[in-house]
Design a binder for this molecule. Structure first.
Ligand code: HEM
Length: 334
């Protein structure tokens, strides 16, 4: 009698039996079904810089090993993040929906815009925020339902992340879940199963976001500088006069940057600990291990699967010839 074949075994079988040339590791289904691992395992072994000539995102290179990823990541002269070339995600945004933000911008404009919000993330300022973060986290955990099933993602991961974002923006507290919605809408794939049906629906919600923040911006620009992200941008020469697209782009960047990543890390951490009770026991017995637990769980869970660049010139990577204009995807999840 045959045993049940697990999806992960089927995925391994498929990943290793298909011709390498047909491998499309960016296909969303692999992430929806959590079956991507054997594809990246095979690529790391057999074709670490891999060309996929045809996919729903067009042709693209996959970079799957640490040193090659670092080579792309650190070579800003050759590998561009510019929104005008397609930006930082495997999916090209249609030209009329492209928005500049400092993550999707090359030098010389990137540096000055990036610097405006840098004071928020210095170790000293984060230390100042620590008391506030601890208080909110403790209150959220102390108020969890006892002896009943509840949704950790919504009650803890989303709630804490959203509270934190509201603090960083000094955003009206009672409206804070709007930040979650705008972040989700900005990153969803529009379609029948997406959060929005079309790119136009997405744009309508993002314009609501721009309008809401536009009002806050007007208030902040007429007040003395404060230490929230909006006030920092409103009072800095590099960002005070951003065009509406750049304004919305930077807002979405900050909302999404601070939302998905930490939310998924909070959920991934709790899943990892519940699946590895011996590790959980070690952590409970020695809370000093939290300092190494946090970066390790971010590496292990990888809340951000990839970033994309576009080659500005021909470049040889891992013995492969990347051509000017090619899309290059750095797979952190690998
Ligand atoms: C687990 C948590 C996080 C992870 C794994 C993460 C990951 C990353 C990565 C990989 C990049 C580089 C993108 C690239 O090379 O194109 C990046 C950039 C960025 N992240 Fe995060 N992030 C996290 C949390 C946050 C938070 C909490 C915020 C802010 C609220 C944030 C805001 C940003 C911004 C603004 C950038 C752009 C920086 C620049 O262009 O110089 N991130 N993040």
């Amino acid at each position: 009698m045959h045993g049940t074949i697990k999806p992960v075994d089927e995925a391994r079988e498929r990943a290793y039996s298909m011709p390498l040339a047909d491998m499309d590791p960016g296909h969303p289904e692999l992430f929806q079904n959590f079956t991507f691992a054997p594809y990246f395992e095979r690529l790391r072994k057999e074709d670490p810089v891999h060309y996929c000539k045809d996919s729903m995102f067009g042709p693209y290179w996959s970079v799957t090993k640490y040193n090659d990823i670092m080579e792309v990541e650190t070579n800003h002269a050759v590998f561009s993040s510019a929104a005008a070339l397609g930006g930082i995600t495997i999916r090209d945004v249609s030209p009329d929906l492209r928005r500049e933000s400092f993550i999707a911008m090359d030098q010389p404009r990137h540096g000055p815009q990036r610097k405006t919000v840098a004071p928020m993330f210095t170790p000293t300022h984060l230390d100042d925020l620590a008391t506030n973060i601890r208080k909110r986290s403790a209150s959220c955990l102390d108020n969890l339902p006892k002896n009943e099933v509840f949704d950790w993602v919504d009650t803890v991961s989303i709630e804490l992340t959203t509270q934190m974002l509201a603090v960083l923006f000094d955003f009206p507290w009672e409206d804070r879940r709007k930040l979650t919605r705008w972040s989700d809408v900005a990153t969803t794939l529009p379609g029948p199963q997406g959060l929005v049906a079309t790119d136009e629906d997405r744009m309508a919600e993002l314009m609501e976001c721009a309008g809401y923040f536009g009002k806050l911006w007007k208030e902040r620009i007429n007040q003395p500088p404060k230490s929230d992200l909006l006030s920092m941008m409103a009072h800095n020469d590099a960002t005070r006069d951003m065009d509406p697209n750049n304004f919305l782009g930077n807002l979405i960047l900050l909302i999404v940057g601070g939302n998905d990543t930490t939310r998924n890390t909070l959920s991934g951490s709790i899943k990892a600990l519940s699946e590895n009770p011996a590790e959980y026991k070690k952590l409970r017995e020695n809370p000093a291990l939290i300092d190494s637990f946090v970066p390790e769980v971010i590496r292990w869970q990888t809340p951000l699967a990839h970033m994309r660049r576009t080659a500005l010139e021909d470049y040889e990577l891992g013995g492969k010839q990347i051509k000017k204009g090619d899309k290059v995807v750095m797979w952190y999840v690998s």
